[in-house]
Write a protein that binds this ligand. Structure first.
Ligand code: ADP
Ligand code: MG
Length: 451
């Protein structure tokens, strides 16, 4: 009977991804097949539900292919050491760390000539208040590339999903049209390939290769070097593609105008069609991302544990994922659930940005100075438009960056009540959607506050 299961597993392994196989089938066994009532042993109750929902048909088919009479299949939790049969590849259990690494390697090291990694999709990109505009633009590009959002300029701090989102656009375009010629490259590779081509006397070929593309994706544009020649080459390629209505996608950790090494003409061209940013996720966004990750890898984690991580990681999504994996790993190693680990104090997560402005007053001072006002003017009752605007920006930043309540903000900026503050914040939020200059100003202010 155990041999049968080995064969069944071998068959299933051919049909699903290595990551899914390792996640769902590694610890399964065949308990009985009496009178067509098949019972499959699994690690815990979470697997019962998931295997039934996702793989019932596949298991049934593979059992039948291996001569088992199947009327129905049930899944039962069996204790770890009992009845365990593994497929050939995994006869000796690997430490969990190694397992995770293997899964990761299998999905990440595929290097394709178009530079795209199929693991980044829109399906596994969680949409929240931090990224909804950028995702809407991404969807629009997928349905009509090279039109409205061309070039598509996406910016935001490290670990907020830039690479994921632009790779997802590339993968979706390719799925819709397999002949579409896409090329993804970090700017640093573009630069070194260019130098290489020049040294080999193949500058022309280099240029031609790019001209044939339907879509060019340049990642981490902030690393563009201050070498005239390579910037000029990039500019030429950019112009050629743009004139042919080919889609150009660029990511950067900041706006072009804030990158000192960039030629002004190029900088302005990159944001011709606007600029979209990825923001830090809010609490709800973080919870949604963690729930999706758990679902994806089939991990069991209590809602309270998810909330705990979301509350305590305030840096970026990469760190959020990191803390989440560590917790799951420890849970596996220690044999305790994530929440138990948190409650008994075995883990404590605390990831907060290094940059913490010291006080609301300092923030208000810096904003006033940025707009060439005194703090007293900013906090006055003046209705003069530039002063009013500075005051509203201050309300917005105190709320977004310091998480102050509207009542507190009212006191800080010298307005009577919190509804004025709510109105001010809403106004800035709305303006930000369309007013590109304002976005730039707020970014610059943040740099002044944190810098
Ligand atoms: P960046 O390029 O901005 O530094 P990445 O695209 O590498 O960031 O994202 C960091 C990690 O966070 C990646 O593993 C990515 O899959 C994940 N991630 C970022 N945003 C999301 C999201 N909205 N939903 C799901 N995963 C996300
Ligand atoms: Mg990146």
């Amino acid at each position: 009977m155990f041999d049968v299961w080995k064969n069944v597993l071998a068959e299933i392994e051919q049909q699903i991804s290595p990551a899914n196989f390792a996640t769902w089938f590694q610890d399964t066994s065949l308990v009985t097949t009496k009178d067509g009532h098949v019972i499959v042993g699994v690690k815990n109750s979470f697997y019962v539900k998931q295997l039934r929902a996702r793989y019932y048909d596949l298991i049934e088919k593979s059992l039948k292919n291996n001569g088992v009479d199947v009327k129905d299949i049930d899944f039962e939790v069996v204790c770890k050491t009992k009845n365990r049969v593994r497929s050939r590849e995994v006869t000796t259990p690997k430490p969990i760390k190694e397992q995770i690494r293997t899964i990761r390697d299998k999905t990440e090291t595929k290097s394709r000539s178009d530079g795209l990694n199929p693991k980044y999709t829109l399906d596994n990109f969680v949409v929240g208040s931090n990224n909804e505009l950028a995702v809407a633009a991404a969807r629009s590009i997928i349905s009509s590339p090279g039109t409205r959002y061309n070039p598509f300029f996406l910016y935001g701090g490290p670990g907020l999903g830039k690479t994921h989102l632009v790779q997802a656009i590339g993968n979706a375009l390719l799925k819709d049209n397999p002949n579409y010629k896409i090329f993804y490259t970090p700017i640093s590779h573009f630069y070194s390939d260019f130098i290489d081509a020049i040294q080999k006397g193949k500058g022309k070929e280099f240029n031609l290769r790019f001209q044939k593309l339907d879509c060019l994706i340049i990642d981490d544009f902030q690393f563009i070097v201050n070498k005239e020649k390579s910037q000029e080459e990039f500019f030429n390629i950019f112009n050629d593609l743009y004139q042919l209505n080919k889609q150009i996608i660029i990511t950067s950790d900041r706006l072009p105008s804030q990158i000192k090494t960039v030629d002004e003409r190029l900088a302005s061209r990159l944001t011709w069609a606007g600029a979209f940013d990825l923001q830090l996720p809010k609490f709800e966004d973080k919870c949604a991302i963690l729930r999706a990750k758990a679902e994806l890898i089939g991990a069991e984690i209590e809602p309270e544990a998810i909330e705990y991580i979301a509350e305590n990681v305030n840096t970026n999504i990469r760190d959020l994922e990191g803390e989440f994996s560590t917790l799951l790993l420890m849970s596996e190693v220690r044999g305790l659930t994530p929440l138990q680990l948190i409650e008994n104090g075995s883990v404590s997560v605390n990831k907060t940005s290094k940059h913490r402005p010291t006080s609301p007053k300092q923030v208000v001072d810096k904003i006033a100075k940025y707009y060439q006002l005194t703090s007293k003017e900013l906090c006055s009752k003046s209705r003069v438009s530039n002063i009013k605007n500075a005051r509203q920006v201050a309300m917005f930043i105190l709320s977004e960056e310091l998480n102050l309540s509207t009542n507190k903000i009212a006191a800080e900026v010298g307005v009577k009540d919190h509804t004025t503050v709510m109105h001010g914040i809403k106004k800035i939020k709305n303006d930000l959607k369309l007013n590109f200059l304002l976005r730039e100003q707020i970014d610059e202010i943040k740099e002044k506050i944190y810098g």
